[in-house]
Write a protein that binds this ligand. Structure first.
Ligand code: GTP
Length: 553
């Protein structure tokens, strides 16, 4: 470590002014109630690391003024290996991994014997993945924990299922992204992220990554950030020199500031406007705040600022007002790729949607693509008025193939490349022998999760079998759904897509089965290019489940 750094929390986007911290210290401008280092974990496995004002935390010193006053978590997750950290933690001698329980208790695992298994004496406070299963409030064990769904555990003794509010359970990456000594239990709760997203970075959820920031010339920076920690991006300050790109494994919102400072040390400019960022932005994601970069002295070229935003608006207007082509790639795909009597027409936005018109726009959403799928192909079904179609919302991470599956279902074709950037709702009669199943299928995108969830009677949770992250993100998704739909849980079905890409598979069948068992739902492995009869299965399963739940009510 070459110089002092400031780690800041979400409520305090700027380091405190005042006397400079001494060398080799980090001034924490937010509370670190459970701060710890892997180094310390090794020194005292199992011990609590709740800090007190003035505590030394490993090689850090906690600012006495602010320690423990609120909620920041300090996370030396990988001892400096993964995090290009200026903090430069000493390598542990024997402990390879250590972690914090939801309550901040440290639990060591993989310690000493190198087997990767929890130590025999680590006892019931760890689940099979080696993570803590301890209730933060009452130091009791949780039951009902799964490898990727720790937030829903209930303390066996006190019924606490909320877990200490300072601690985040972030199952999305199950620790794989974090490669962390402290693993995901120590990260911020998603509700903290949300509250923090209103601060300066503008990042609203874990879907928005800093790959929105692109590299364009040698003076620009490329940031590929898994940002699974918080608030360690500050550490990048130490590592930015000598390269025009760097990789940050850190988590979430304040990283913009951190990276801005880092970038400013080395670079002169930042160019924002990667296709991916643009696509996400079009879909309604909050644009990252670039002001931090500007403030840090970088010349910021925001290529999306004028033209693309305008284009997007024009596009949306056009969609709403005049019914001209709003998504030419998409419509071209439908029109040219779908054989036979499959047509694509757009609706006048002012025209009231009826079940027979095909594509419905949820109320109040600007820029929703509106169109109708019309098919006379009897195998694929035809659009007909139906009294009570089952509303199926299809959720999943970007690129897992939600749209491809839906288009496959609707049209019978796999369309390789198109750009489904807008939310859409399709009316469809699934043509099955003997009876047609009336479905409304929502291809979810962008913001509006609450509305999308409220709309759905059942949910297809799609992940890609070739993308572990997309699988691990399901836990968060399900939690959000449960939170937004109090009362009887609405049915869901897991869908592992891209089964055709066997060589790239990252999720085992066993893992999916375990999760489906835990959640009490069905799961399917499919591939959008597979026969229609395969792709339709999860939809019909969900259809049946929704009918059952309707009957039960
Ligand atoms: N090989 C293969 N490719 C697929 C499959 N499903 C989708 N794809 C491809 O994966 C890419 C992403 O598919 P989309 O349907 O756009 O995924 P999405 O989940 O709707 O993505 P977003 O719109 O970003 O949320 C496209 O290039 C598809 O052609 C599949 O089962 N197998």
């Amino acid at each position: 470590m070459t110089e002092a750094m400031t780690v800041q929390g979400c409520d305090n986007q700027h380091p405190r002014s005042g006397s400079s911290p001494p060398q080799d210290t980090v001034t924490l401008t937010q509370c670190l109630p459970h701060a710890s280092t892997r180094h310390q974990a090794h020194a005292s496995p199992g011990s609590s690391q709740v800090c007190s004002p003035g505590d030394s935390v490993g090689i850090q010193q906690v600012d006495p003024e602010v320690c423990c006053e609120s909620r920041a978590v300090l996370r030396f997750s990988d001892g400096g290996r993964n995090i290009p950290s200026g903090v430069d933690l000493p390598e542990p001698e024997t402990c390879d991994t250590a972690q914090m329980s939801p309550g901040g208790e440290q639990v060591s695992r993989e310690c000493g014997d190198g087997t990767g298994e929890p130590r025999a004496d680590s006892g019931p406070s760890q689940d099979h993945a080696g993570r803590s299963t301890t209730c933060g409030e009452h130091n009791r064990s949780f039951d009902n924990l799964s490898a990727i769904e720790t937030a829903s555990g209930t303390c066996t003794s006190c019924d606490n299922n909320t877990i200490s509010p300072q601690i985040v359970v972030r199952p999305e990456d199950n620790g794989s992204q974090v490669r962390s000594g402290l693993t995901h239990e120590t990260l911020w709760r998603s509700d903290s992220w949300e509250s923090c997203s209103t601060t300066s970075s503008g990042y609203s959820d874990d879907s928005v990554r800093s790959d929105d920031l692109s590299h364009d010339s040698e003076n620009d920076i490329f940031i590929d950030c898994g940002h699974d920690d918080f608030p360690f991006c500050q550490c990048l300050n130490e590592k930015v020199g000598g390269t025009s790109s760097f990789h940050c494994e850190h988590d979430d919102f304040p990283f913009c500031d951190c990276l801005a400072q880092a970038a400013a040390k080395k670079h002169k400019s930042l160019r924002y406007g990667s296709p991916r960022g643009e696509r996400r932005r079009q879909r309604g994601y909050i644009r990252p705040s670039l002001s931090a970069f500007r403030d840090a002295g970088l010349e910021v070229f925001d290529e999306t600022e004028e033209s693309d935003f305008q284009e997007s608006e024009t596009e949306a207007d056009t969609t709403r007002g005049h019914g001209t082509d709003v998504d030419s790639d998409y419509t071209a795909g439908l029109e040219s790729d779908v054989e036979g009597a499959v047509g694509y027409t757009e609706l006048d936005a002012d025209e009231p949607s009826t079940p027979s018109t095909g594509l419905l726009a949820p109320p109040g959403l600007p820029g929703v693509r509106r169109a109708s799928i019309v098919t006379s192909n009897s195998r694929r079904g035809s659009i007909q008025a139906t009294p009570e179609p089952v509303k199926v919302a299809v959720f999943g991470s970007d690129g897992v193939g939600k749209s491809a599956l839906i288009v496959r279902l609707l049209t019978g074709r796999f369309i390789g490349e198109y750009d489904p950037t807008m939310e859409a709702v399709y009316n469809y009669l699934v043509p099955l022998p003997g009876h047609d199943l009336p479905l409304q299928v929502m291809d979810t995108a962008g913001q509006g999760r609450e509305r999308q969830v409220s709309w759905g009677e059942g949910f297809l949770l799609v992940f890609s079998l070739t993308c572990r992250r997309s699988f691990l993100s399901l836990g968060h998704l399900r939690r959000v759904i449960l939170e937004l739909t109090p009362g009887a849980p609405r049915p869901l079905v897991l869908v592992g897509n891209k089964a055709d890409l066997t060589h790239a598979r990252e999720v085992t069948q066993e893992e999916i089965r375990d999760l489906a068992d835990l959640w009490g739902c069905e799961y399917y492995e499919v591939a959008a290019p597979e026969p229609w009869e395969v792709v339709v299965r999860p939809f019909t399963a969900l259809y049946q489940a929704v009918l059952q739940s309707r009957g039960a009510q």
